[in-house]
Write a protein that binds this ligand. Structure first.
Ligand SMILES: Cc1cc2nc3c(=O)[nH]c(=O)nc-3n(C[C@H](O)[C@H](O)[C@H](O)COP(=O)(O)OP(=O)(O)OC[C@H]3O[C@@H](n4cnc5c(N)ncnc54)[C@H](O)[C@@H]3O)c2cc1C
Length: 301
């Protein structure tokens, strides 16, 4: 792959031989041969067109707060949408570019007398990642407010995804075929005074800090909750809370979090997750489904 030739004449940020442990919230992972950061829709379109023409695979990424990156070298091009920035507010319609941080979006919406997103206070990551994974908290998902998203198809054309009631479900969105989300629009609730919403949002954020969610590097919940059950509780009931191996630890405060307690590799996190998954399968006959996303290869145990 000749990157100089591939991106010749483009001014977008391009990084090569990137230490991915510095880029993701788990603070693990190996080297990526190339990460690109388009900062506009035009740059995104152009970059993706050139990558496809060269026959190289492209992996979209946001804040990398729900992603485990392999320790093995990644030859695919990672396309970060973190620099796609911008917010437009018209009436109750709040439109944000994929790279906006979800937490900033919540603050901005309240500032403009629009409520609804407060429960998501403190969820790290970007709008693109939140829509892709239908992020949620306190029994509410981002899809509740989703109105539409503009995205780049795998084939390179820009399309609009309107909200269909059945297109999103728990931690699942209609984006699964290599689309790249560019902007997302949310219909929010007009509010008078903003004090209550501001307080509510800060309370949810503070709760996360108090519970220790940010004490160690992590990628949030490893597994989805099975219907009517809690993945964390199932793992806890297998006696695994606090269990650690090769620097990775099942969080003592939330058994569905695996944390990097110091010096863990992504492979160590993955192996510990498999131990938890196997234990739950053996004890409860339940197959836990991954919530985290993976970049690169993970050799099985
Ligand atoms: C301490 C902590 C607490 C957390 N709490 C919660 C919680 O309460 N609820 C919750 O739902 N999650 C939680 N998470 C997980 C995570 O923060 C969210 O899922 C977040 O929405 C992921 O956003 P991101 O930008 O980091 O996505 P990334 O990790 O970068 O990507 C996740 C997926 O989205 C795709 N993606 C990202 N951007 C785009 C784009 N522009 N176009 C297309 N695809 C894209 C990626 O390809 C990948 O498959 C938590 C994580 C941490 C570390």
């Amino acid at each position: 792959m000749n990157l100089v030739e591939m991106f010749h004449g483009m001014t977008m940020r391009i990084e090569t031989d990137v230490d991915m442990s510095r880029c993701c919230s788990m603070a693990t992972g190996g080297t990526a041969s190339c990460v690109i950061y388009p900062a506009s829709t035009a740059e995104l379109e152009e970059a993706v067109w050139r990558i496809r023409k060269a026959g190289v695979n492209v992996i979209p990424a946001g804040g990398l707060t729900n992603t485990l990156v392999s320790d093995l070298r990644i030859e695919d091009i990672i396309l970060s949408t973190r620099l796609l920035k911008g917010i437009v507010i018209k009436g109750d319609l709040f439109t944000a570019c994929a790279g906006e941080k979800l937490d900033d979006v919540i603050n901005k919406s309240i500032e403009h007398h629009l409520g609804g997103l407060e429960e998501f206070g403190g969820i790290p990551g970007t709008v693109g990642g939140a829509v892709f994974g239908n992020a949620g908290s306190q029994g509410k998902d981002i899809s509740t407010y989703f109105f539409y998203a503009d995205y780049l198809t795998k084939e390179g054309s820009i399309r609009r995804m309107p909200s269909y009631s059945d297109a999103f479900s728990y931690r699942t969105s209609p984006f699964s075929k290599g689309e790249i989300i560019i902007t997302a629009a949310f219909r929010l609730n007009p509010i008078g005074s903003t004090a209550q919403e501001r307080q509510k949002k800060e309370m949810y954020k503070a709760e996360r800090i108090e519970k220790g969610q940010f004490r160690y590097p992590s990628a949030g919940c490893i597994f989805k909750n099975p219907p009517l059950l809690s993945a964390g509780r199932l793992i806890d009931e297998c006696g695994l809370k606090g269990f650690s191996r090769k620097g990775a630890m099942i969080s003592p405060y939330h058994a569905n979090f695996i944390v990097n307690a110091g010096g863990a590799t992504s492979q160590a996190v993955y192996e510990l997750a498999l131990i938890a998954r196997n234990a739950v399968a053996k004890k409860f006959n339940i197959e836990l489904e991954w919530e985290i996303k993976f970049i690169g290869d993970f050799p099985d145990l």
